[in-house]
Design a protein around this ligand. Structure first.
Ligand code: HEM
Length: 364
């Protein structure tokens, strides 16, 4: 597709698909020409992910304060101790389902704590966040509408839950993200409760499944290419560049959507105002005009300008956190385990979404 139809219009989805690095990069870099506001956007559910400047810039500047590199790197030893506890729980078995036992709970616990959710509510919280990222089991309208109804319900329950926490923190602030958002102001104005709730829900939806899949995809690569385990064992400093190459090779988010704000040309094709444009990051990351030998997994690839966290003003807010969590998880596994292997006869079931790359279980 990248070679033969790098920019194509798919009638059945009324959508443009863009496959080349150069074009994807240009689209993500230009929010004036390619808007993030969804065509059917619900004003009440608006979040930074679906806003354009100037509102996006104001909100983003504010939430950046909660995700500074200093704050994130300060979480290092705590994330490591959560990881060790999760691995301790399966240590005697000699086997684990990586997804269930580590890759799902780790990001959920970290985000819940960041937001200020008490540990006793973690399971409840995890149930809701799982529903938020669920895709339909089958490719039918009925399955689709059922999932949408479940999501709607989960969002309402989460909103009620967070509304209670917001009320509590208003009276008694603590050292957590919700208290920080409550005290923040944009041009002298406080955020509304709706904005605070929306942002909290966004973190769950944007941060959990993506990090789960990054950790799972990383271990998957260790089992597909066992020689990588020895490289990491001999030189743990390679973990950071290993994770970057996993992001390039098996990106948890495969594509990013935008809407053209005016008639515009991409790769020789005329895109009309209002058209939906999907930028295929998974393809851009393997573009031979940008990466040498793109189909080869290079643990120490440099430079590695993959687009798996997006690019430009919407660049992933949680990237430092996702990087830290996955590096800690991988280091801990390499340190504590011998040879890591996929269980014999394991059937890998992909997550049912064209935009997500991951599997539902990964027994090792
Ligand atoms: C934005 C990927 C983890 C929060 C994005 C975008 C991508 C992405 C591609 C850009 C979307 C766009 O341009 O429309 C990922 C991947 C992750 C990950 C692959 C894990 C491996 C996280 C985590 C958090 C998070 C852990 C929070 C705790 C966000 C937020 C945005 C975002 C809030 C919106 C930023 C904005 O619109 O300004 N992410 N993400 N993400 N991500 Fe992540």
């Amino acid at each position: 597709l990248r070679r033969l139809s790098p920019v194509r219009y798919d009638e059945s989805r009324s959508t443009w698909d863009v496959f080349r690095y150069e074009d994807v990069h240009r689209i993500l870099k230009d929010p004036a020409a390619f808007s993030s506001v969804r065509m059917l956007s619900d004003k009440d559910r608006e979040t930074i992910l679906t806003m354009d400047p100037p509102r996006h810039s104001q909100m983003r500047a504010l939430v950046n304060k909660a995700f500074t590199p200093k704050i994130i790197s300060g979480m290092d030893s705590h994330i490591r101790s959560i990881t060790m506890d999760l691995l301790d729980a399966v240590a005697d078995k000699g086997a684990m389902d990586l997804v269930h036992d580590l890759a799902v709970p780790l990001p959920v616990i970290v985000i819940a704590e960041l937001l200020g959710v008490p540990p006793k509510d973690r399971d409840l919280f995890k149930e809701w966040s799982d529903i938020l990222v669920k895709g339909p089991e089958e490719n039918t309208d009925e399955a689709f509408y059922q999932v949408m109804a479940e999501k709607g319900q989960a969002i309402e329950q989460l909103n009620d839950y967070f509304a209670r926490i917001v009320d509590e923190r208003r009276v008694q602030p603590r050292d957590d993200l919700i208290s920080l958002l409550l005290s923040a102001e944009i041009e002298g104005e406080k955020l509304t409760d709706k904005e605070i709730l929306g942002f909290s829900t966004l973190l769950l939806a944007a941060g959990n499944e993506t990090t789960t899949n990054l950790i799972t995809n990383a271990v998957r690569l260790l089992t597909e290419k066992p020689e990588l385990q020895q490289r990491l064992r001999n030189d743990p400093e390679l973990t950071a560049s290993f994770i970057e190459e996993v992001l390039r090779f098996y990106p948890p988010i495969q594509a990013i959507g935008r809407v053209a704000t005016a008639d515009v040309e991409i790769g020789g094709k005329q895109v009309k105002k209002g058209d939906q444009v999907i930028s295929w990051v998974a393809s851009a990351n393997r573009d031979e005009t940008k990466f040498d030998d793109p189909e080869t997994f290079l643990i120490d690839r440099k430079p590695n300008a993959h687009l798996s966290f997006g690019f430009g003003i919407h660049f992933c807010l949680g990237a430092p956190l996702a990087r830290l969590e996955s590096q800690i998880a991988l280091r801990a596994m390499i340190e504590r385990m011998g040879d890591i292997r996929l269980a014999p006869n394991a059937a890998l079931e992909p997550i049912q979404s064209p935009f997500v790359f991951g599997v539902k279980q990964y027994p090792v």
